[in-house]
Design a protein around this ligand. Structure first.
Ligand SMILES: Nc1nc2c(ncn2[C@@H]2O[C@H](COP(=O)(O)OP(=O)(O)OP(=O)(O)O)[C@@H](O)[C@H]2O)c(=O)[nH]1
Ligand SMILES: [Mg+2]
Length: 442
């Protein structure tokens, strides 16, 4: 027996309306009882006004109640919603009243999970749904809506269909070696499997952008004392947030601020200037700045003369420091541009647009105008990378004349990863395709 679950579906706090949502076999009966009516009195998908009362008949709130009976509901089960006035206490009282009538408090994500279990949305779409709810920029929202709409699932389904067809060819050759092997060579299954693997890898690689859109990117400004870091930080921010002065060693602690560039949330981190500090406070400040810079997605090395960072700085920044570093020439109004740097002036604003674009490019988040099918979760990325690896292994095995049974194992592993992405299992579809394409009865 499935239990009937209930939860407040609207955000906590003061608001015009709060919604208590129920799903499960008793959802409609509980909502109806709350307003003192029989379940049949709630017409499907029609709002009914009523007075919600607790078990003892005490008045709780004026509400609107709606029943959405299975299967035409979000979860695919009977769903009911109670729309009451907003407010933490009011919504809490309504929720307690439905719990008292037999509903159980829902676990996080349990409504969506039930929707998935009843086939109302697949796993990729469920992740898209989460992305829509969590989107902090228009661009992140667009990507999430495309995923909710099924773009990722369609793409994965197409790859699965191609891979299933390739597996069918391979399986046929396992069963009928003489006729099969010639057929396999003629259709060039190896090239097809390799192409599918490459497509999976390309899709997995979009996660850099997906993650940037979801979590934002961190950009640390580092350099020697007085290099103009805080001035550039303020100029990029468009307001005076960090203290600027001609005195070297002005910034003691790191300072953070958020901006949005091209729909990507960017956290700028201004750090204490690098020098052999004599005071404890400054030394600690430099250390904290370095720690912060080590985990930044992009590091701006700021220098008035446009000089590259010393080896010691690259060492401190650790892995792949050079790949995520941009050398920025500061105070450009005082000197001509040095080749190989981004030439900027905090005073005149020169070069700031170019710097923003370079930051997004290094973070892999440049707006290419086609943010349609973007991997937005580590789960999806891992599965696609796994599928890519297995497909590449299968393609290599095919060209190296490894026994076909073993090739089929790799192809099945790739298929299983793709199936897991949308939450399906590899079913009998492989066999279905095989039998449909070859005349087994002969
Ligand atoms: N002409 C000119 N001067 C600048 C520019 N940017 C910064 N300065 C000057 O350079 C000096 C140092 O600037 P800051 O922004 O405080 O430098 P910083 O790198 O944050 O310095 P510390 O925090 O001490 O490490 C100040 O006197 C600024 O006015 C610029 O674009 N043009
Ligand atoms: Mg500073």
């Amino acid at each position: 027996m499935t239990e009937t679950i209930a939860a407040i579906a609207t955000p906590r706090g003061a608001g015009g309306v709060a919604i208590v949502r129920l799903s499960g076999p008793d959802a409609v009966a509980i909502a109806a009882a709350l307003v003192g009516r029989p379940p049949a009195a709630l017409a499907d998908r029609r709002l009914s006004a009523g007075v919600a009362r607790d078990d003892d008949g005490a008045r709780l709130d004026d509400v609107l109640v709606v029943a959405m009976r299975a299967p035409r509901s979000f979860t695919g089960e009977d769903v009911a919603e109670i729309h009451g006035h907003g407010g933490v206490v009011n919504a809490g009282r309504l929720l307690r009243a439905v719990l008292a009538r037999g509903a159980r408090l829902a676990e996080p994500g349990e409504f969506s999970r039930r929707a998935f279990e009843h086939g109302r949305l697949d796993l990729a779409a469920a992740e898209g749904l989460l992305g829509v709810i969590e989107a902090s920029s228009e661009r992140a929202w667009r990507v999430a809506q495309a995923q909710l709409e099924g773009r990722m699932s369609e793409r994965v389904a197409a790859l699965r269909a191609r891979l299933t067809a390739a597996l069918a060819e391979i399986e046929a050759c396992v069963d009928f070696p003489e006729e099969g092997l010639e057929h396999l060579a003629a259709t060039d299954v190896a090239a097809e499997v390799a192409a599918i693997g490459a497509a999976c890898a390309a899709l997995a690689a979009t996660f850099r952008l997906g993650r940037a859109l979801r979590d934002g990117v961190e950009v640390a400004l580092v350099g020697a004392v007085n290099a103009g870091k805080s001035s550039l930080f303020n100029a990029l921010l468009g307001r005076e947030r960090s203290i600027v002065s001609a005195e070297p060693g002005t910034t003691r602690d790191y300072v953070e601020a958020r901006v949005e560039w091209d729909g990507v949330t960017v956290t700028l981190v201004d750090t204490a200037g690098d020098r052999i500090a004599t005071e404890d406070v400054e030394r600690r400040g430099v250390e904290l700045g370095r720690e912060r810079s080590r985990r930044a997605d992009v590091v701006l090395w700021i220098d008035e003369a446009g000089a590259a960072p010393p080896a010691e700085v690259l060492e401190v920044l650790g892995d792949a420091a050079a790949a995520r570093m941009i050398v920025v020439q500061s105070k450009g109004d005082l000197r001509p541009a040095v080749a190989g740097t981004v030439w900027t002036s905090a005073r005149s604003g020169a070069g700031l647009d170019e710097l923003r674009a370079r930051v997004l490019a290094v973070a892999g988040a440049l707006d290419g105008g086609s943010d349609e099918v973007i991997v937005t979760s580590e789960r999806q990325r891992g599965l696609l990378a796994g599928a890519a690896e297995a497909a590449a292994a299968a393609a290599a095995a095919l060209t190296n004349a490894v026994p076909l049974e073993m090739v089929a194992v790799d192809v099945r592993a790739a298929l299983a990863a793709l199936a897991a992405l949308t939450g399906d299992e590899v079913g009998d579809d492989v066999l279905d395709v095989l039998f449909a394409r070859f005349c087994i009865g002969k």
